[in-house]
Design a protein around this ligand. Structure first.
Ligand SMILES: [Mg+2]
Length: 414
């Protein structure tokens, strides 16, 4: 079997509402690149990558000269072919490699007639549990989605999500408002769901001292972990020495070098594995093995996903024995998907692991075209800008917080 073509299509799919985060905002939609790898046997494997546009599509096109004629089953060879670590100063292709690895696994699974989880060692669970992933957000007049800014808003969002999807873990994505405001809000969220687990992620924007203050202020809650309270292994290590709540990261341990540093001198307790950031599903399985050996926790991270990426997260979540936390997904914030059957369904806070050959998802070509057209119409958006504060840049540690009393709707969102 040989690769004969690689195609990339940029799409944008609407979210219920614009999601605010410490560095800016998802402006009411996700932009993703959908990758199709075709073989001489007629099989098509699917991949997905965050972001998109001309440059992303050109990167995938340019890799045809490397990969046409390559056997998609030889994924480890593909890693050295396009993302050799010693060449990474010149061509940083980890996320591109990830999308191509997804597609190759999809092809091999279809060729062998087995789901990807079977290639990866076999599933240990049929369903992967997810967290509610609460964001601060601007309201949306078109979808009727309410604004989320106050503790009452967050609790109402989490309650509605729990009723609709069955979540029993609530993640608060924060780092938007002053830390003392967010501390009170998080405590209110935890107290509103005393039987549920909670977790908090300010995306690393605090000082180490602020991280310690916050960490000590939540120790009595039912925390899974405190995620990236400060940026950098040293800040995390100092925080960890003074806080009893486990610390988690998806930012400062995202490769094997950093994982080794964390094993030798621990700074983080729980490693959040992202199938894109780590360069594929297989590196995440390897990293989970290292974490199992050294008894660090692992969970499945979400960097924003449509159904193809979600499938990679489900196959990963199915095969790693040490998945002791609910996974994160932005998925329930989406209004639609580009896969056949539409949005995958949550049941009891979990999503079933696909069992059809390969990744187990197929493209809905009408939807692909629809959201490709929407991307052509709308273009990209500045992920690291807040539509309410043009020109704003958070410093590190940050002190340029949004105003929790400001309930205005940013005109830039249209
Ligand atoms: Mg995070």
């Amino acid at each position: 079997m040989k690769i004969v073509d690689i195609r990339a299509t940029t799409v944008t799919v609407p979210l219920e509402a614009a999601l605010r985060h410490a560095n800016g905002c998802h402006w009411g939609r996700f932009v993703r690149t959908i990758v199709e790898v075709e073989t001489d046997t007629g099989l098509i494997g699917l991949g997905e990558m965050g972001g998109g546009g001309e440059s992303a599509e050109a990167v995938f096109r340019s890799l045809k000269s490397y990969l046409v004629g390559h056997d998609p089953a030889r994924m480890e060879e593909m890693r050295f072919l396009i993302a050799n670590p010693t060449a990474s100063l010149y061509n940083n292709r980890t996320q591109v490699l990830a999308a191509l690895e997804f597609a190759c696994l999809d092809i091999v699974g279809q060729a062998w007639g087995v789901p990807v989880h079977q290639i990866l060692g076999g599933k240990l669970r049929d369903r992967v549990p997810f967290a509610s992933y609460c964001f601060f957000r601007y309201g949306n007049r078109l979808t009727g989605a309410m604004e989320v800014r106050t503790a009452d808003h967050v609790i109402a969002f989490a309650r509605a999500a729990k009723e609709r999807y069955g979540f029993s873990t609530h993640k608060m994505k924060a780092g938007v408002f002053p830390p003392e405001y967010e501390l009170e809000l998080y405590r209110a969220l935890a107290h509103a769901f005393p039987k549920d687990k909670v977790r908090f992620d300010p995306n690393g924007v605090w000082s180490t001292e602020q991280a310690i203050r916050f960490g000590q202020g939540i120790e009595d809650l039912n925390n899974d972990y405190l995620e990236d309270p400060v940026y950098g292994l040293n800040g995390m290590r100092r925080t960890r020495g003074k806080v009893r709540t486990p610390l988690a990261t998806n930012t400062v341990v995202v490769n094997f070098e950093q994982l080794a540093a964390n094993v030798l001198d621990p700074a983080v307790d729980v490693i959040l594995l992202d199938t894109t950031f780590w360069g594929g599903i297989r590196p995440c399985v390897k990293a989970a093995g290292v974490c199992e050996t050294f008894q660090f926790g692992v969970a499945v991270h979400s960097s924003g996903e449509l159904g193809i990426q979600l499938a990679t997260m489900l196959h990963l979540g199915a095969v790693i024995p040490n998945l002791s936390f609910a996974a994160d997904a932005h998925y329930h914030h989406l209004t639609d998907d580009i896969i056949e059957g539409g949005l995958m369904r949550y049941e009891g806070g979990a999503i079933s692991v696909p069992n059809a050959p390969g990744l187990g998802v197929k493209l809905n070509r009408d939807k692909l075209r629809e959201y490709q057209e929407l991307y052509k119409k709308l273009g990209g958006y500045p992920y690291d800008q807040d539509p309410a504060r043009p020109g704003w840049a958070p410093v590190l540690p940050n002190d340029r917080w949004a105003d929790p009393n400001d309930d205005s709707y940013p005109a830039a969102l249209g």
